[in-house]
Write a protein that binds this ligand. Structure first.
Ligand code: MN
Length: 242
Protein backbone atom coordinates (compact mmCIF):
# COMPACT_ATOMS: atom_id res chain seq x y z
CA UNK A 1 0.00 0.00 0.00
CA UNK A 2 1.23 3.44 -0.95
CA UNK A 3 -0.31 6.41 0.85
CA UNK A 4 -0.29 9.75 -0.92
CA UNK A 5 -1.12 13.19 0.47
CA UNK A 6 -1.69 16.14 -1.83
CA UNK A 7 -2.64 19.77 -2.17
CA UNK A 8 -3.60 21.91 -5.15
CA UNK A 9 -3.77 25.57 -6.09
CA UNK A 10 -4.60 27.43 -9.29
CA UNK A 11 -4.94 31.08 -10.22
CA UNK A 12 -5.65 33.15 -13.32
CA UNK A 13 -2.53 35.25 -12.66
CA UNK A 14 -2.26 39.02 -12.89
CA UNK A 15 -2.47 39.55 -16.67
CA UNK A 16 -4.84 37.03 -18.24
CA UNK A 17 -8.61 37.36 -18.03
CA UNK A 18 -9.44 33.65 -17.88
CA UNK A 19 -7.81 30.53 -16.49
CA UNK A 20 -7.28 27.92 -19.24
CA UNK A 21 -5.32 25.59 -16.95
CA UNK A 22 -7.08 22.56 -15.51
CA UNK A 23 -5.97 19.98 -12.98
CA UNK A 24 -6.89 16.64 -11.50
CA UNK A 25 -6.16 15.29 -8.02
CA UNK A 26 -8.10 12.09 -7.62
CA UNK A 27 -6.16 10.07 -5.08
CA UNK A 28 -4.34 7.87 -7.58
CA UNK A 29 -4.05 10.06 -10.67
CA UNK A 30 -2.82 13.66 -10.65
CA UNK A 31 -2.42 15.95 -13.65
CA UNK A 32 -2.03 19.50 -14.87
CA UNK A 33 -3.14 20.63 -18.34
CA UNK A 34 -2.36 24.05 -19.81
CA UNK A 35 -4.84 24.79 -22.60
CA UNK A 36 -4.14 26.79 -25.73
CA UNK A 37 -6.46 28.35 -28.29
CA UNK A 38 -8.77 31.33 -28.64
CA UNK A 39 -12.42 31.74 -27.63
CA UNK A 40 -12.19 29.48 -24.57
CA UNK A 41 -10.91 26.57 -26.71
CA UNK A 42 -7.93 26.21 -24.36
CA UNK A 43 -10.25 25.69 -21.41
CA UNK A 44 -12.17 23.02 -23.32
CA UNK A 45 -8.97 21.23 -24.37
CA UNK A 46 -7.43 21.18 -20.89
CA UNK A 47 -10.74 20.00 -19.39
CA UNK A 48 -10.95 17.16 -21.93
CA UNK A 49 -7.39 16.11 -21.08
CA UNK A 50 -7.92 15.95 -17.32
CA UNK A 51 -11.29 14.19 -17.63
CA UNK A 52 -9.67 11.48 -19.76
CA UNK A 53 -7.13 10.92 -16.99
CA UNK A 54 -9.90 10.95 -14.34
CA UNK A 55 -11.38 7.93 -16.13
CA UNK A 56 -8.22 6.01 -15.20
CA UNK A 57 -8.59 6.60 -11.49
CA UNK A 58 -11.53 4.19 -11.18
CA UNK A 59 -9.51 1.22 -12.47
CA UNK A 60 -8.32 -1.40 -10.05
CA UNK A 61 -4.86 -1.43 -11.64
CA UNK A 62 -3.30 1.33 -13.76
CA UNK A 63 -0.54 0.31 -16.16
CA UNK A 64 1.71 2.55 -18.28
CA UNK A 65 -0.18 1.23 -21.33
CA UNK A 66 -3.47 2.47 -19.81
CA UNK A 67 -1.95 5.93 -19.48
CA UNK A 68 -0.80 6.00 -23.11
CA UNK A 69 -4.24 4.82 -24.19
CA UNK A 70 -6.00 7.52 -22.14
CA UNK A 71 -3.77 10.22 -23.64
CA UNK A 72 -4.44 8.91 -27.15
CA UNK A 73 -8.18 8.93 -26.48
CA UNK A 74 -8.06 12.46 -25.06
CA UNK A 75 -6.23 13.56 -28.19
CA UNK A 76 -8.85 11.97 -30.44
CA UNK A 77 -11.71 13.67 -28.59
CA UNK A 78 -9.95 17.04 -28.92
CA UNK A 79 -9.40 16.56 -32.65
CA UNK A 80 -13.05 15.66 -33.18
CA UNK A 81 -14.34 18.62 -31.12
CA UNK A 82 -11.97 20.87 -33.04
CA UNK A 83 -13.16 19.43 -36.37
CA UNK A 84 -16.82 19.93 -35.38
CA UNK A 85 -16.06 23.58 -34.71
CA UNK A 86 -14.44 24.02 -38.12
CA UNK A 87 -10.85 24.17 -36.81
CA UNK A 88 -11.17 27.91 -36.29
CA UNK A 89 -10.00 27.68 -32.71
CA UNK A 90 -6.78 25.68 -32.94
CA UNK A 91 -7.49 23.81 -29.74
CA UNK A 92 -4.63 22.20 -27.84
CA UNK A 93 -3.23 21.49 -24.40
CA UNK A 94 -0.23 20.25 -22.53
CA UNK A 95 -0.72 17.33 -20.13
CA UNK A 96 1.62 16.24 -17.40
CA UNK A 97 1.08 14.23 -14.27
CA UNK A 98 1.54 11.04 -12.36
CA UNK A 99 -0.39 7.92 -11.50
CA UNK A 100 0.02 5.34 -8.82
CA UNK A 101 0.45 2.47 -11.21
CA UNK A 102 1.46 -1.13 -11.29
CA UNK A 103 4.12 -2.88 -13.36
CA UNK A 104 4.43 -6.68 -13.07
CA UNK A 105 2.59 -6.52 -9.73
CA UNK A 106 4.89 -3.88 -8.21
CA UNK A 107 3.63 -0.42 -7.26
CA UNK A 108 5.27 2.24 -9.40
CA UNK A 109 4.80 5.94 -9.72
CA UNK A 110 4.27 6.52 -13.43
CA UNK A 111 5.01 10.05 -14.60
CA UNK A 112 3.77 11.20 -17.98
CA UNK A 113 4.34 14.32 -20.03
CA UNK A 114 3.33 15.97 -23.29
CA UNK A 115 4.30 19.65 -23.65
CA UNK A 116 5.99 22.18 -21.38
CA UNK A 117 4.21 21.76 -18.08
CA UNK A 118 6.61 20.19 -15.60
CA UNK A 119 7.12 17.72 -12.78
CA UNK A 120 9.78 18.40 -10.17
CA UNK A 121 10.78 15.85 -7.56
CA UNK A 122 11.96 16.81 -4.10
CA UNK A 123 13.92 13.90 -2.70
CA UNK A 124 16.06 14.14 0.46
CA UNK A 125 15.71 17.89 0.31
CA UNK A 126 16.98 18.27 -3.25
CA UNK A 127 14.77 19.42 -6.11
CA UNK A 128 15.24 18.13 -9.63
CA UNK A 129 13.17 18.53 -12.78
CA UNK A 130 12.08 15.09 -13.99
CA UNK A 131 10.19 16.01 -17.16
CA UNK A 132 11.86 17.44 -20.24
CA UNK A 133 9.99 20.37 -21.82
CA UNK A 134 8.67 19.71 -25.31
CA UNK A 135 9.44 23.24 -26.42
CA UNK A 136 11.38 24.95 -29.16
CA UNK A 137 13.68 26.61 -26.64
CA UNK A 138 14.48 23.32 -24.86
CA UNK A 139 15.26 21.60 -28.18
CA UNK A 140 17.65 24.41 -29.16
CA UNK A 141 19.42 24.07 -25.79
CA UNK A 142 19.61 20.27 -26.17
CA UNK A 143 21.05 20.67 -29.69
CA UNK A 144 23.72 23.06 -28.37
CA UNK A 145 22.36 25.97 -30.39
CA UNK A 146 21.37 28.07 -27.38
CA UNK A 147 22.92 28.34 -23.91
CA UNK A 148 20.77 27.76 -20.81
CA UNK A 149 21.52 31.36 -19.82
CA UNK A 150 20.39 32.89 -23.13
CA UNK A 151 17.33 30.60 -23.22
CA UNK A 152 15.81 32.78 -20.46
CA UNK A 153 15.42 35.66 -22.94
CA UNK A 154 14.54 33.57 -26.00
CA UNK A 155 11.54 35.33 -27.62
CA UNK A 156 9.68 32.16 -28.66
CA UNK A 157 9.86 30.64 -25.18
CA UNK A 158 6.22 29.57 -25.20
CA UNK A 159 6.29 27.56 -28.47
CA UNK A 160 5.59 23.91 -27.63
CA UNK A 161 6.73 21.10 -29.94
CA UNK A 162 4.38 18.43 -28.61
CA UNK A 163 0.80 18.85 -27.41
CA UNK A 164 -2.59 17.20 -27.36
CA UNK A 165 -5.05 18.25 -30.06
CA UNK A 166 -2.92 17.29 -33.05
CA UNK A 167 -4.01 15.02 -35.95
CA UNK A 168 -1.04 12.74 -35.28
CA UNK A 169 -1.38 11.51 -31.67
CA UNK A 170 1.45 12.87 -29.50
CA UNK A 171 3.91 10.41 -28.00
CA UNK A 172 4.06 10.99 -24.23
CA UNK A 173 7.29 10.67 -22.29
CA UNK A 174 6.92 8.21 -19.40
CA UNK A 175 9.04 7.59 -16.31
CA UNK A 176 8.65 4.78 -13.77
CA UNK A 177 9.82 5.50 -10.24
CA UNK A 178 9.57 3.22 -7.20
CA UNK A 179 7.51 4.99 -4.50
CA UNK A 180 9.85 6.37 -1.81
CA UNK A 181 8.34 7.64 1.46
CA UNK A 182 9.22 11.32 1.88
CA UNK A 183 9.39 12.07 -1.84
CA UNK A 184 7.40 15.07 -3.01
CA UNK A 185 6.30 15.69 -6.59
CA UNK A 186 5.38 19.16 -7.84
CA UNK A 187 3.28 19.15 -11.01
CA UNK A 188 2.91 22.63 -12.49
CA UNK A 189 2.03 24.69 -15.53
CA UNK A 190 4.61 27.07 -17.03
CA UNK A 191 2.93 29.89 -15.13
CA UNK A 192 5.00 28.65 -12.18
CA UNK A 193 8.27 27.70 -13.91
CA UNK A 194 8.22 30.92 -15.98
CA UNK A 195 8.07 33.10 -12.86
CA UNK A 196 9.77 31.14 -10.07
CA UNK A 197 13.22 29.58 -10.50
CA UNK A 198 14.21 26.12 -9.30
CA UNK A 199 16.13 27.43 -6.27
CA UNK A 200 13.04 29.22 -5.01
CA UNK A 201 10.73 26.27 -5.76
CA UNK A 202 13.07 24.05 -3.74
CA UNK A 203 13.11 26.53 -0.84
CA UNK A 204 9.29 26.69 -0.69
CA UNK A 205 8.89 22.92 -1.14
CA UNK A 206 11.26 22.29 1.78
CA UNK A 207 9.82 24.98 4.04
CA UNK A 208 6.16 23.94 3.80
CA UNK A 209 5.41 20.49 5.13
CA UNK A 210 1.72 20.60 4.27
CA UNK A 211 1.23 20.01 0.51
CA UNK A 212 -1.76 22.38 0.36
CA UNK A 213 0.23 25.20 1.96
CA UNK A 214 3.17 24.50 -0.38
CA UNK A 215 0.92 24.63 -3.46
CA UNK A 216 -0.67 27.91 -2.38
CA UNK A 217 2.68 29.48 -1.51
CA UNK A 218 4.11 28.59 -4.95
CA UNK A 219 1.09 30.11 -6.73
CA UNK A 220 1.36 33.21 -4.54
CA UNK A 221 5.05 33.61 -5.46
CA UNK A 222 4.32 33.26 -9.19
CA UNK A 223 1.90 36.18 -8.84
CA UNK A 224 4.35 38.22 -6.75
CA UNK A 225 6.96 37.72 -9.51
CA UNK A 226 4.63 38.98 -12.25
CA UNK A 227 1.79 36.48 -12.69
CA UNK A 228 2.07 36.80 -16.47
CA UNK A 229 0.27 33.49 -17.07
CA UNK A 230 -2.29 31.17 -15.49
CA UNK A 231 -0.56 29.18 -12.76
CA UNK A 232 -1.44 25.74 -11.43
CA UNK A 233 0.41 23.63 -8.89
CA UNK A 234 -0.38 20.11 -7.66
CA UNK A 235 1.85 18.86 -4.84
CA UNK A 236 1.84 15.09 -4.21
CA UNK A 237 3.64 13.57 -1.21
CA UNK A 238 4.50 9.90 -0.85
CA UNK A 239 3.53 9.57 2.82
CA UNK A 240 4.00 5.86 3.41
CA UNK A 241 4.81 2.63 1.61
CA UNK A 242 4.01 -0.69 3.27
MN1 MN B 1 0.77 28.50 -19.49
Amino acid sequence: MVTLHWGTATDVGRVRTSNEDNYLASGRVFAVADGMGGHAAGEVASALAVSAMAGLAVREVITPEDIIEAITRANESMVSVSRARGHELGMGTTLTGLALGSVDGDAQIVLFNVGDSRIYRLSEGRLSQVTVDHSEVEELVAAGLLTRERAKDYPRRNVVTRSLGTPIPPVPDLWLLPPEPGDRFIICSDGLSGEVDDVEIQRVARANRDPLTAAHELVRLANVNGGSDNVTVVVVDVAAVD
